[in-house]
Design a protein around this ligand. Structure first.
Ligand code: HEM
Length: 493
């Protein structure tokens, strides 16, 4: 009895001390509504639509308070940054990811997203060679071929009224990313399109569910849960698939004398998928083992398909609600490549500046990764505040896109702003959708080329109609449009 009483007294004293202790003058403003012991933890419960509305509220509150905010999950301090300069400081001084990336580590392991800074530095340098413009240019034929397939698949929906384009875009981006990463022949691709894709989608749901249910953050509880069993089952499916691809590819490369992949149509160019580049590095410089190669491949595929397809949906919703913007896109396409049946070349992609502005505007307003997070391992001094060691810091890329530096029309979808030199923000980190600082997105050029090409093919074939005013999104790590997200298409032929 006396032991229980002592524990109780200790807890009460701890809570009182924690709650009544004076806040440091260098502490940023605190978000309202914190409760003793659980902090703001109670505010995040609800479905994922609620979670996104909540995050939007904290991001806007942080903007109102000058760009830095503090909240509490239990007794753990979480800072929310929306100021691009402060975000750059934290991004480049704190390279390790926040503790909840650990949940994804079961899957991504030492892939770039979740690796510790020490390993990340050397692997990122090596992997950058797989994403140079020269390499990306070799993917353009494959992107054209797959985008033609997308148009064929969508043709059955012409004049059929509103539909959900998500699954079409997911299958399409997944196919391009996995072909350019893994180099599979069409006949072997089905296993990725079906078994791997389904398992990956389910795994991301498991990850989100764990992130939201704070009690499952504790490994001792999570490891006994049915969610953990599901995670292990899905991981086994995915690992078996990719391990088999690596073994097969190694033996193919030996047989073909390391020749780049020749795709189905003889006319199309050759390219070297990321897997071949890593196998070559492993062979010549003894840097990656098979397990590390799998971890990087899994990371590329997962990091690429949901973000890219999600952004494309927001672009389609935005241009479907702005026919005048669609007409300007069409005009640019006709100037750059007047023959509707011709492929889009790497040179055409460079000239599609209006299409690029449309995509960047969608990324600014509907940042698909609205926030990323870092571990604060040592005190970090910002302009007015100090972030304490041992805390977590959310870097809000959504906040950067909604910062007042964008002007009074910050909430409007206005691609023209990207050409308005006089009023464009002067801050070099104003556009943060691909991350700010050294640990930014390795696939940004890949994503931009693919999205430009997709928009060109869709706009030159269809009138797109939608109503973005009804849009509601949910937070599944990647922001997902879940209501008001349907589009209709009619033919331009
Ligand atoms: C519209 C599409 C995309 C967006 C908005 C996007 C955004 C981002 C952001 C914000 C980060 C930083 C994440 C963090 O700090 O936790 C990131 C990292 C990353 N992205 Fe992307 N991404 C996109 C497409 C892609 C594609 C196509 C690929 C691969 C082909 C890719 C691969 C990666 C990888 C590997 C990282 C980790 C980089 C590192 O830590 O060195 N992403 N991305």
């Amino acid at each position: 009895m006396s032991v229980i009483a002592s524990i109780l007294i200790f807890c009460i004293v701890f809570v009182l001390w924690f709650w009544l202790r004076p806040r440091s003058p260098n502490a940023p403003p605190c978000y309202p509504g914190a409760l003793p012991l659980i902090g703001h933890g109670h505010q995040i419960f609800g479905n994922r639509k609620h979670l996104w509305r909540y995050l939007e509220k904290i991001f806007h509150y942080s903007l109102e308070k000058g760009g830095v905010l503090e909240l509490w999950i239990g007794t753990h301090s979480v800072y929310v940054l929306t100021d691009p300069d402060e975000i750059l400081t934290v991004s480049n001084t704190c390279l390790n990811k926040a503790y909840f990336y650990e949940f994804g580590k079961e899957y991504f392991k030492n892939g770039l997203i979740t690796s510790e800074a020490s390993m990340w530095r050397s692997h990122r340098k090596l992997l950058d060679v797989a994403f140079t413009q020269k390499v990306l240019d070799t993917f353009v034929d494959e992107m054209n071929a797959q985008t033609r397939v997308l148009v064929t698949n969508l043709n059955v929906l012409v004049d059929k009224g509103p539909f959900d384009v998500r699954q079409y875009l997911i299958n399409y981006t997944l196919k391009i990313v996995s072909r350019t990463s893994l180099g599979l022949e069409a006949k072997d691709q089905t296993i990725i399109d079906e078994a791997y894709a389904d398992a990956l989608e389910d795994l991301i749901k498991v990850y989100c569910e764990r992130a939201q249910k704070v009690w499952l953050h504790l490994s001792c509880i999570y490891d006994r849960s049915s969610l953990r069993k599901k995670q292990d089952y899905l991981l086994k499916i995915m690992n078996n698939i990719i391990d088999a691809v690596i073994v097969q590819r190694k033996s193919d490369l030996k047989l073909n004398n390391n020749e780049p992949t020749q795709y189905d149509k003889p006319k199309q160019g050759k390219f070297k998928p990321a897997l071949d580049q890593m196998l070559q590095l492993a062979d010549e410089h003894h840097v990656f083992n098979d397990e590390e190669i799998r971890e990087h491949l899994d990371t590329f595929v997962a990091a690429a398909y949901d973000t890219t397809s999600g952004t494309l949906i927001y672009v389609l919703l935005a241009i479907g609600s702005h026919p005048e913007i669609q007409e300007k896109i069409l005009k640019e396409i006709q100037e750059v490549q007047p023959n509707k049946n011709e492929d889009i070349s790497k040179y055409d992609l460079l000239r599609l500046v209006y299409v690029e502005a449309v995509i960047k505007e969608a990324l600014r307003l509907y940042s698909p990764l609205p926030g990323v997070a870092r571990k604060i391992e040592k005190d970090v001094k910002l302009k007015n505040y100090t972030l304490r060691a041992g805390s977590t810091c959310i870097l809000s890329l959504y906040g950067v896109g909604h910062h007042s530096m964008w002007g009074p029309d910050v909430n409007e979808f206005k691609p023209e702003r990207w050409f308005d030199v006089a009023n464009f923000p002067t801050n070099p980190n104003a556009f943060g959708a691909f991350g700010i600082g050294r640990r930014n997105c390795i696939g940004k050029q890949f994503a931009m080329s693919l999205m430009k090409l997709t928009i060109v093919y869709l706009v030159r074939n269809y009138h797109i109609l939608s109503d973005i005013s009804k849009l509601e999104s949910e937070y599944d790590i990647v922001l997902k449009a879940v209501s008001g997200h349907l589009i209709s298409i009619t033919s331009r032929a």
